[in-house]
Design a protein around this ligand. Sequence first.
Ligand code: SF4
Ligand code: SF4
Length: 470
Amino acid sequence: MYNVKSKIATEFIDDTEIQETLDYAQKNKNNRSLIESILEKAKSCKGLSHREAMVLLDCDEPDLVEKMYALAMEIKQRFYGNRIVMFAPLYLSNYCVNGCRYCPYHYKNKHIPRKQLSQEDIVREVVALQDMGHKRLALETGEDPVNCPIEYVLESIKTIYGIKHKNGAIRRVNVNIAATTVENYRKLKEAGIGTYILFQETYNKESYEYLHPTGPKSNYAYHTEAMDRAMEGGIDDVGCGVLFGLNMYRYDFVGLLMHAEHLEAAMGVGPHTISVPRIRPADDVDVNDYSNAVPDEIFQKIVAVLRIAVPYTGIIISTRESQKTREKVLHLGVSQISGGSRTSVGGYAEPEPEDSSQFEISDNRTLDQVVNWLLDMGYIPSFCTACYREGRTGDRFMSLVKSGQIANCCQPNALMTLKEYLEDYASPDTKAKGEALIRREIPNIPNEKVRALVEKHMVELHNGMRDFRV
Ligand code: SF4
Ligand code: SF4
């Protein structure tokens, strides 16, 4: 029985509710008056229910799809302006006791080298990441209580925050580790993590159980209820996602929105971010085994409808996607991207070791090339981490976003952190483009006092001072 507030996975992700939603959407996918009214409602930026969003996703009337895209762009512009937040993944360990069929780190894969970074390795990796210009990391590990216990993750976070190399600093460490206990989430919170990220992979229980035949991750309920436990442990910002291509994208799309609705209803705050990875080739993984692959046009529509349905939630896209795809979805609602990523353990400090990556990267450009490309498209690459460091997390963050006040922080912080990047790491061409963009953008800061402050800080940044934020 569907119950959005229930703490039981199969009640807040109720299969019957999803099936009925999918039927309803199919029946109404050409119902123009309904679709027009949903789009009208969405204009107020209060979000949509999973049913309304699914009707939009199924609709294939070209003029209405165009309207959806235009609205997604408008909402994106209103909340996020032209800023794109940058981050990089850092793989700490690929030991894993789980048997996930779609991931090369599954325990039965004997041809992949197993590796765990020592604290000295982490220093080398993080120095390399700082030398690229990164300020925000997402830590990734496989699940292995013996080879990769929570104490190791906590020690690694401490090491990372402690590394001060030249002008570099990692100012926000997000963590993507296996579902765990409230007690461990509390420890992660105390270690100062930003967002706790956990992908559901698929919300369909039957497919989930097929795809995760062995290991702790095979427990659907424990995995699906993890975000509730994370929030009980005091983590305000959680990041959801599914691996598109594992199950029917329609089912997972509805499940994802129901999960967001559940967190808002039961825990008082929805997900901070949603990631939209699609399955990629990797060692021991053949994408042809997954007949539910999501085509590009559908993928774009997923991003656009998510932007309309959950306007306050950041949307993340990784280097799994090609430059071309990333360019398309940036316009439709993506607000955070990775750049210069390595998906192997120890891939930043040394040339990528063979066969140890979790998946093949499509976008292989350096961070500087990605920044340069964003500048060419008129985006502001932002290395901002201000909210978490100012205690603007969870519902405090959401109320600032919902009232639109966040815009007074993001724009100036984006420009100041871009300036740091240009001073310390950019190639001459990127620097010239970035400086021109900053000159163009400063007059757009609405608040006169903030504008004056930013102008003052720009001079100070040029003179070697660092780490300003509003
Ligand atoms: S997806 Fe995660 S849990 Fe599953 S095998 Fe890969 S690393 Fe392990
Ligand atoms: S000010 Fe806050 S919301 Fe805006 S980019 Fe920085 S951290 Fe993100």
